[in-house]
Ligand binder design. Structure first.
Ligand code: NCD
Length: 321
């Protein structure tokens, strides 16, 4: 992962980050290289001023700990400043509580900030924001839609652990229906030529249009409802939480919530060197006993979010020094 060329860096300036599908393999590698550059700079305790004088608006209209704090830390570590909204936890597009549209709200915030990071319970909210804003919009999760920045840090973690992602067998397990991180991640895995095993309870299968689009691109996709079968063959086990908040009927959540649990016994049968990832927060789907397995990288994965988000903020605002 090496720092991209000035031309490759320049190509990102002013771009939004809305979906995983928007990126080419070359762009993906440029983001990875920039993230590695910032990881190295922080490891050397360098004071970075690449975004000095710039402002990031942090708009989280859905609960978030890691994503919000890692974006805000990323901006501060780049020497920039952060503005935010106090009423964000209300699950409302802030002033929409007063009847304002998202489009109008973003148009105003766009006048205060150089880059806007938005999370919303509404699928497509980041696209609406991008139409309203002149500055880059970064999608930090839109309902059950996309979560491209999480998927980028997932890839970064895989590359760091495995050296390369090419040809890996990646098992995505859990709630593939409502989990937005996997909806983004599959597109990146497709670019690297990974084989996919999609393991979920029948009620939580990956949406058919996503599976069909992967197959159209020549990706080898296997669907199963057996967690055991997936674990036996995987190089990477990517575990997800059942997304309780997206179930229209709470009793349906109760039926599926504990069907897939990764525990010590299960991973005894895994391939040597398998790594386990999870976007966090975890509920019951990975037992605490698994944390001591050397391939359990989910906390490291969360730390990697900082470097990847530094790269995205600096690249989209043309600030990489
Ligand atoms: C994910 C999300 O918000 O989609 N969390 C995160 O950003 N790390 C996954 C989840 O909430 O299950």
């Amino acid at each position: 992962m090496k720092k991209p060329s000035p031309e490759q860096i320049k190509a990102f300036e002013g771009k939004d980050v809305l979906t995983a599908r928007q990126f080419s393999l070359e762009e993906l590698n440029a983001i990875m290289g920039t993230a590695a550059h910032y990881e190295q700079a922080l490891a050397e305790k360098r004071i970075i001023k690449d975004m000095e004088g710039k402002v990031m608006a942090s708009l989280f209209y859905e609960p978030s700990t890691r994503t919000r704090l890692s974006f805000e830390t990323a901006m501060l570590r780049l020497g920039g400043s952060v503005i935010t909204v106090a009423e964000s936890a209300t699950n409302q597009i802030s002033s929409t509580a007063k009847g304002e549209t998202l489009h109008d709200g973003i148009t105003v915030i766009d006048g205060y900030a150089d880059v806007i990071v938005i999370r919303s319970p509404q699928t497509g909210a980041a696209d609406i924001a991008a139409q309203a804003a002149k500055h880059p919009i970064i999608n930090a999760g839109d309902g059950a839609g996309q979560h491209p920045t999480q998927a980028l840090l997932d890839i970064y973690t895989i590359l760091k652990a495995k050296g390369s992602a090419e040809g890996l067998k990646v098992a995505l397990v859990g709630d593939l229906k409502f989990g937005r991180t996997v909806h983004s991640l599959v597109d990146f895995l497709a670019l690297y030529g990974c084989d996919l095993i999609l393991a979920s309870p029948d009620q939580l299968k990956m949406p058919e249009d996503i599976v069909a689009s992967l197959r159209d691109r020549g990706v080898k996709v296997e669907e199963t409802n057996s967690l055991q079968d997936a674990v036996k063959v995987a190089d990477v086990l990517y575990v997800t939480r059942v997304q309780r908040e997206r179930f229209p009927d709470p009793s349906e959540y109760e039926k599926v919530k504990d069907l897939f649990i990764v525990d010590e016994e299960l991973i005894r049968g895994c391939k040597e060197g398998m790594i386990i990832l999870h976007p966090l927060p975890r509920v019951n789907e990975i037992t605490v006993g698994v944390d001591k397995y050397p391939g359990a990288l989910y906390f490291e994965q969360a730390y990697n979010g900082l470097y990847v988000r530094m790269a995205l903020l600096a690249l989209t605002t043309g600030s990489v020094g």
